[in-house]
Design a protein around this ligand. Structure first.
Ligand SMILES: Nc1nc2c(ncn2[C@@H]2O[C@H](COP(=O)(O)OP(=O)(O)OP(=O)(O)O)[C@@H](O)[C@H]2O)c(=O)[nH]1
Ligand SMILES: [Mg+2]
Length: 330
């Protein structure tokens, strides 16, 4: 059985899509109002389809489809990604729902480990104001320090009230070097003076995704520092808004992202949508404001566990709850 969901402004328009994609033999399994907008969503099936993608056979697999569909819906995963994930779920039919979903996530999104030692080049954290850049810079440096490595924090955020005091406190607590930079020249100088064996993380100023002057400045900082830009994006935002913002930052050549504030969000559709739409590799998730232990590696099993938690794990997607408190992703 081939299953697919369709959304449209009206039921007749949705039915037209069903006929166009699945033909006249399609069976309508459900119709409901679209949770993402004013229209309707129709789930339809085609028996004996020879299409290999998204194929489901038997009651158990239909149950898996429904469980995953409902969970993705709850997380406000946008339709295009939901469609891709459900098709991938179909390819892994026969496994328990969470395992099936983990494999689908692995197929549709990309993951990479976080740096835990000197990288040989600086990394620069950028993203929206208040998204967690400074805390994440400190968390990354802390992960290097606990493994016995050396770290230098470079801050570009010296003008805002309290920002220098915030990062100075982090650097002192971590035993990390701290350098300040105010513009492209001083940033270049600060980077050039970092010892080769240091993990170097540059904390940038919060920039709105549609503030073109600030994005241009960010691009210049990336260029002069030779840093890899990493997007720091908070969870809980609207899926379309978060994806559009991620596209704007990705236009600076950013390939990877860290999702913060997973502990204070119930839904991760925005984060998944950002990674998927902007083609960003998910490296880590912020799971607490605390510097030690508040940043975890991201992996498909952990994301699947957030989307399909055990019953006792359903409060928020993060914090110290077992949902994402394990590094092994189980
Ligand atoms: N609960 C929770 N709070 C976080 C997390 N990451 C950061 N925060 C908190 O979010 C607030 C903002 O974090 P900052 O690191 O200052 O954010 P920023 O992006 O540097 O902010 P600007 O420099 O003003 O743009 C602080 O109170 C942090 O403690 C997280 O993963 N979980
Ligand atoms: Mg900051």
């Amino acid at each position: 059985m081939h299953l697919k969901t369709f959304t449209a402004e009206t039921l007749p328009l949705a039915m037209q899509q069903v006929r166009e994609h699945l033909g006249e033999d399609a069976v309508i399994l459900s119709t409901e109002s679209d949770p993402d907008g004013p229209g309707v969503r129709v789930t339809a099936a085609l028996e004996d389809s020879d299409a290999p993608e998204g194929s489901f056979d038997g009651e158990d697999n239909l149950a898996t489809f429904n469980i995953v569909n409902e969970a993705l819906d709850y997380h406000r995963v946008p339709l295009a990604l939901m469609d891709s994930l459900l098709s991938a779920v179909g390819r892994h039919a026969g496994l328990p729902p969470r395992e099936t979903l983990a494999r689908a996530i692995e197929a549709e999104l990309s993951f990479a480990p976080m740096p835990r030692q000197a990288t040989g080049y600086p990394i620069m954290l950028l993203g929206p104001p208040g998204g967690g850049k400074t805390a994440t810079a400190a968390k990354l440096a802390a992960q290097v320090r606990v493994r016995g490595g050396k770290a230098t924090l470079i801050t570009l955020d010296t003008g805002k009230a309290g920002s220098l005091a915030q990062i100075t406190a982090f650097a002192e607590a971590l035993g990390a070097n701290l350098r300040e930079a105010h513009d492209a020249d001083s940033l270049k100088h600060a980077v050039a003076n970092c010892p080769n064996d240091h993990f170097v993380v540059i904390d940038s100023i919060g920039s709105g995704p549609y503030d073109h002057d600030s994005l241009r400045e960010m691009q210049e900082w990336l260029r002069v520092s030779g840093a890899e830009g990493i997007l720091v994006m908070p969870a809980g935002g609207d899926a379309v808004e978060t994806a559009e913002a991620a596209l704007a930052y990705a236009s600076l050549g950013v390939d990877r992202m860290i999702a913060t504030k997973m502990d204070s969000s119930r839904r991760i559709g925005g984060i998944l949508s950002a990674a998927y739409t902007a083609g960003l590799t998910l490296m880590g998730v912020g799971t607490a404001p605390t510097i030690g232990g508040g940043l975890r590696s991201a992996n498909p099993h952990q994301i699947a566990r957030i989307i399909l938690p055990d019953e006792e794990e359903t409060d928020t997607v993060g914090d110290a709850s077992p949902i994402i408190a394990r590094e092994d992703g189980t």
